[in-house]
Write a protein that binds this ligand. Structure first.
Ligand SMILES: Cc1cc2nc3c(=O)[nH]c(=O)nc-3n(C[C@H](O)[C@H](O)[C@H](O)COP(=O)(O)OP(=O)(O)OC[C@H]3O[C@@H](n4cnc5c(N)ncnc54)[C@H](O)[C@@H]3O)c2cc1C
Length: 463
């Protein structure tokens, strides 16, 4: 039986009834006691707010003079905004990052009466021998410490969301290429591609997308090797390179640090670091830009900050942690400094837009945000490559996220796939924020299709 219509999409119905919002206005004299001025949660959930409700941190002003128009727009919180775009084009954020998101999800599934099995690995898909439809999963469960037992979970439909193969050194080397087995893993150690293999083995699932592609960032070289850290989480990411330069172990620049906005470069910059000798690089800034670095990524508590009163001192300190040629490092920074264009006085340094402040005459240019690095004190941070997820996955019907069979080229009845396991979304690069957008869009489609199918099959309860 299909689910009763009234229970299907209650949120949509609520949203239609909601009166149109008035533009946000900040009162002339804020009254701290008034509830009216408190931030209201966005309808997506308590932890998710439109970014226009966020106060911007104080930033130092550089170069001297009034900040450019785009900065004024970003800073002036008294301007009534209905929607504004933030740095890199993001318009939405989750409160407390991934940790907050998972807390919200757990609360939502608990409220919906969903059973969650921790320490349980799916090992196979159960199929109906006549129709070929997926009717459940086999799993190994470890609910009391050290005691593993095989279980089967019957279901009217199964949605696969077990991640890509980023945590498997063997599969990384096989699909992404040489050297990738040595990349650090940013997230869970359990996304080993096992479920991709099981889907191919048990139901001949068809694959899709860019199997040699992945999301990979500049990542703290001191971070754990095989997985991220649940507490530190995203803070190992080091995405401040557009504000400075990156130099490899031999003291050479190797990438245009300013070829686009951070949100369009950070997911491919890790690949460039991985290609360097020793798979490491040093990010370098001077006194002009250090204060613009993100606190969450560069404060002393989360990263080893290498500081020097001169470029020479900085190079010597970097040599203590792996810089092979400090002399060349200093020369390289000086060559870079000499190539920074003064311009005609019209261009202003502005990290909120592609400002066109570029180097001139270098084999490896810097196309935007190029300021000289000559004002003490200097700062460097050692980075390596941190893989987030892989792009290759399973082929699906985009309307329902139903998995496609390699054998029949038709949908596998009762099987859906979302998130990193879904292939064909990303090729070569990745715009910031789109992983969770993909998960939201296809998660909803898969959830709706799976619920409809499970409702029809009458198998809503586990056997
Ligand atoms: C540090 C970090 C920061 C990120 N920041 C952002 C961001 O700011 N914006 C954004 O959009 N995206 C971000 N992402 C990417 C985003 O988190 C992922 O795209 C998203 O979580 C993918 O969802 P998923 O369900 O496919 O995989 P996951 O969220 O990785 O979940 C997969 C789950 O499957 C489990 N699993 C694996 N194999 C099995 C098995 N055989 N049986 C049972 N369970 C299994 C794993 O343990 C894991 O819990 C970030 C990722 C990381 C690691």
């Amino acid at each position: 039986m299909p689910l009763p219509q009234k229970n299907r999409y209650p949120r949509n119905r609520q949203r239609q009834r909601r009166p149109q919002r008035r533009p946000l206005r900040r009162p002339n004299k804020p009254n701290p006691k008034s509830n009216r001025n408190r931030q209201k949660p966005h309808h997506l959930g308590r932890r998710q707010h439109l970014l226009h409700s966020r106060r911007l941190p104080h930033r130092p002003q550089w170069p001297p003079g009034p900040p450019p128009a785009s900065q004024q727009h970003r800073r002036n919180t008294s301007i009534p905004h209905r929607h504004i775009k933030f740095w890199g084009g993001l318009a939405l954020k989750t409160q407390d990052g991934g940790k907050g998101l998972v807390e919200d999800e757990l609360r939502a599934v608990k409220n919906a009466g969903v059973d969650v099995f921790f320490d349980t690995a799916a090992t196979g898909l159960l199929t109906d021998p006549t129709s070929g439809a997926v009717i459940g999963v086999e799993a190994v469960n470890n609910d009391s410490v050290g005691v593993y037992k095989k279980i089967t979970i019957a279901a009217g439909a199964v949605v696969l969301a077990a991640g890509g193969f980023e945590a498997s050194p063997q599969l990384r080397a096989q699909w992404l290429g040489p050297g990738w087995d040595c990349a650090r893993v940013r997230g869970t150690p359990y996304n080993t591609g096992e479920m991709l293999r099981i889907a191919q083995r048990d139901v001949s699932a068809k694959t899709a997308g860019d199997w040699s592609g992945c999301h990979c960032v500049a990542w703290d070289a001191d971070a754990p090797v095989d997985s991220g850290d649940r507490e530190v989480s995203n803070e190992f990411t080091k995405s401040g390179y557009p504000l400075g330069i990156m130099v490899n172990r031999d003291g050479e620049r190797f990438v245009d640090e300013g070829f686009d906005m951070r949100n369009y470069t950070y997911a491919i910059i890790g690949r460039r670091v991985l290609q360097q000798p020793g798979q490491v690089a040093f990010q370098v800034w001077d006194a002009r830009t250090v204060a613009w670095l993100r606190e969450e990524e560069y404060r002393g508590k989360v990263v080893r900050r290498i500081e020097g009163a001169s470029l020479e001192e900085l190079a010597e300190k970097c040599a203590e942690v792996g810089l092979a040629d400090p002399g060349r490092f200093v020369e390289c920074v000086k060559e870079y400094n000499a190539s920074v264009e003064d311009g005609d006085g019209q261009k202003r340094w502005d990290p909120a837009v592609k400002d066109g402040l570029a180097t001139k005459g270098l084999a490896v240019p810097k196309s935007n945000w190029a300021l000289p690095i000559d004002k003490a004190p200097f700062l460097a941070v050692k980075v390596t490559a941190g893989i987030t997820f892989t792009f290759g996955g399973l082929a699906v019907n985009p309307e329902t996220a139903a998995v496609i069979s390699e054998t029949t080229n038709d949908e596998v009845p009762g099987l859906y796939c979302v998130g990193e396991m879904l292939g064909g979304i990303f090729y070569d690069n990745y715009p910031g924020g789109s992983g969770l957008t993909s998960g939201t869009v296809f998660g909803r489609r898969a959830g709706r299709a799976a619920a409809e199918r499970a409702g029809k099959s009458g198998r809503l309860e586990p056997l």
